[in-house]
Design a protein around this ligand. Structure first.
Ligand SMILES: *Cc1c(COP(=O)(O)O)cnc(C)c1O
Length: 448
């Protein structure tokens, strides 16, 4: 007879759904399938942990964002923020939907080229562009968003020796009522630095000023801040028209719209507090159409939305390794999902759900990852049903930033699969093996 698993008995009040000061307990439902593909089968076939991306959700989210903006403003263009998730398959879904590419490093720029983006549909942002990057972007006619004066002077110098005029915009930071203000990127609006940079570009004569750009922050919960930012960019566009008779082609409002994830410390869940995409679209489009920009000169509106377009499409599946009682009697559950692959666990109270039916009783539980590190905590304390070893869990809304900020640490990075619109499952990044890792290492001769 098989030996039963022993768990030390412990007397503890279970929560069976009685009302508390927050109201009735909301019933947790298991997530047993994703786009009608069984979670159990996904794990059996592709291993645990496993990232899953729903192509259907990406396309649906993208279409509704595009609709929200294009019904309110005549010319709209999205550019996919590579750093949010730069797996090629993900980027290509966005590109097929019509998004350009937005990159912040030479490596990302190369990735965008390999994904067949025409040069003039790649936006190059960020404070770190090498001379070589700038030359390549100029030769390809890409949109170079200048971050600081040193870059501006490098471009003026480069343009003197180059056959093509670099197409440039400047990144502008400003007070939009959001604090702390993100003022380390780009040129400041209020102190006149942005206007100074624009004058230098215009007077240099060898740069083609095509746009104005801002990115006011990330997970911005105020749509109003975007209205303020758009109004300030419109003011600069009008000043350029007035002084130089120069009409810019686009205003790029950056990214930063919140997703429905639950920020740590927030009192209510994200889905109840986050502005809808329509509210952001309303604030931005109103500011632009009500500005003093002449109707014939209305610029293209570019959006570099990252998080809000991909978070919902990503899932992370995992397995219970063990249950434990802590010294103080608290229950803890250990999963095979570490913070090294779920970086956003530091910011969000992730929604972790069982992947099979479970007991209706629940208990305050700490949920840990498998790393031999004290910081490896997925949830400090969550009302959670008792799961058994080998039970499965699903964490939803993990599509943004995890598959770029993950790191190989103690455990390796797992498979990533995409479920296509017909329910077909494809590996879009295979799991790492020890061979992948040691292939990068070299031994000095005396240690061989
Ligand atoms: C990161 C980034 C984005 C995307 O931001 P989200 O908050 O994910 O929408 C867009 N533009 C720039 C310049 C960025 O650095």
């Amino acid at each position: 007879m098989e030996k039963l698993v022993f768990e030390r008995p412990f007397i503890k009040k279970l929560n069976s759904g009685m009302p508390s000061k927050f109201g009735l307990k909301t019933r947790m439902e298991p997530i047993t399938e994703i786009d009608e593909v069984s979670v159990k089968e996904l794990i059996d076939k592709y291993g645990s942990p496993l990232f899953v991306i729903s192509e259907k959700t990406i396309r649906k989210t993208y279409k509704s964002a595009e609709r929200a903006f294009s019904t309110r403003y005549p010319k709209v263009q999205f550019a996919w923020s590579y750093k949010t998730n730069y797996l090629d398959a993900v980027c290509r879904v966005f590109h097929k939907e019509g998004a350009w590419a937005e990159v912040v490093s030479g490596f990302e720029y190369e990735k965008a080229l390999r994904n067949n983006n025409p040069g003039d549909q790649i936006i190059f942002n960020g404070p770190d562009k090498s001379r070589k990057d700038l030359e390549l972007a100029t030769a390809n006619g890409s949109l170079i968003h200048i971050d600081h004066f040193d870059e501006l002077y490098a471009l003026i110098d480069l343009a003197e020796k180059s056959e093509k005029k670099p197409k440039v915009a400047i990144r502008i930071n400003m007070d939009t009522g959001i604090y702390p203000q993100w003022d380390r990127f780009g040129f400041n609006y209020e102190n006149g630095e942005a206007w100074d940079a624009l004058n230098r570009i215009m007077l240099s004569g060898n740069l083609d000023l095509v746009g104005l750009h801002t990115h006011i922050g990330t997970f911005i919960l105020s749509a109003d801040a975007y209205g303020k930012a758009a109004a300030k960019l419109a003011d600069l566009a009008v000043s350029l028209e007035r002084k130089y008779n120069h009409v810019i082609k686009y205003i790029d409002m950056g990214g930063g719209f919140a997703s429905n994830s639950n920020l740590k410390g927030a009192y209510l869940p994200g889905s109840d507090t986050v502005p809808g995409i329509d509210e952001y679209a309303d604030a931005i489009s109103s500011a632009l159409i009500n500005s003093a920009i002449k109707p014939d000169n209305l610029p293209l509106l570019i959006l570099e939305t990252g998080r809000a377009l991909i978070d919902e499409a990503g899932y992370l599946l995992g397995t219970v390794l063990a249950n434990k009682r802590m010294a103080d009697g608290r229950r803890s559950t250990i999963l095979d999902i570490g913070v090294n692959i779920l970086f956003t666990a530091f910011w969000y109270d992730h929604n972790i759900r069982p992947a099979q039916p479970f007991s209706e009783h629940s208990e305050e539980t700490a949920i840990y990852g498998p790393l031999c590190m004290n910081i490896d905590v997925l949830r400090e304390a969550v009302d959670f049903p008792p799961l058994k070893k080998d039970d499965r869990v699903v964490i939803n809304r993990v599509g943004a930033y995890n598959m770029t900020q993950w790191m190989q640490f103690i455990t390796m990075r797992p498979n990533v699969v995409m479920i296509d619109e017909k329910g077909g499952v494809h590996i879009i990044r295979r799991n790492e093996t020890i061979d992948d890792l040691v292939s990068l290492e070299k031994l000095p001769p005396h240690l061989k």
